[in-house]
Design a protein around this ligand. Structure first.
Ligand SMILES: NC(=O)c1ccc[n+]([C@@H]2O[C@H](COP(=O)([O-])OP(=O)(O)OC[C@H]3O[C@@H](n4cnc5c(N)ncnc54)[C@H](OP(=O)(O)O)[C@@H]3O)[C@@H](O)[C@H]2O)c1
Length: 129
């Protein structure tokens, strides 16, 4: 398998503006590493930025709302339980400047109680404009 590696220039040189929606195991691991690499990381969860103050300070990230995280200029990472994608604001991605949206979620239709009714994040993003 050929894997193509490409350096994506950020809006501010090599420092990327990255918004992470999800402050659990995956979101925090990504936020911590990306902040260590020198990127500007904003992180959000379902309970609001005040609940992330201490964690974000430890990581070196900025605690923000979900809407603010989606406004990151270069990359938005959605790292929440798949079924929670349906709880995100429907217009969340309507006017965001990011060119790259990454979804870390795993969807297991064989075991999911939502099998057959769960749209992909891509479908949600398309529906929200
Ligand atoms: N690709 C991989 O290798 C891999 C590996 C492991 C997991 N995953 C997937 O990555 C996703 C995250 O996993 P995880 O282990 O980090 O989950 P987790 O530890 O349960 O954390 C979930 C996070 O999502 C937030 N959240 C839930 N609903 C939200 C909403 N409506 N708006 C904003 N934030 C919301 C939660 O915020 P609150 O705490 O405030 O509710 C919490 O911070 C899951 O879909 C999982 O299947 C992928």
């Amino acid at each position: 398998m050929n894997i193509k590696r490409e350096i994506i220039p950020g809006t501010d040189g090599n420092q990327l503006s990255i918004g992470i929606i999800g402050g659990g195991g995956q979101g925090v691991a990504l936020a911590r590493r990306l902040a260590q690499l020198g990127h500007r990381v904003a992180i959000a969860n379902s309970r609001g930025p005040a609940s992330l103050t201490a964690l974000a300070a430890d990581i070196g990230a900025m605690p923000v709302s979900v809407v603010e995280a989606a406004e990151a200029k270069d990359i938005v990472i959605v790292s929440i339980p798949t079924k929670a994608v349906l709880d995100l604001p429907t217009s969340l991605f309507s006017n965001v400047p990011s060119s790259v949206v990454v979804d870390t979620s795993n969807y297991h239709p064989q075991t999911s109680a939502m099998a057959g009714s769960m749209p992909s994040t891509a479908a949600c993003l398309k529906a929200s404009g």
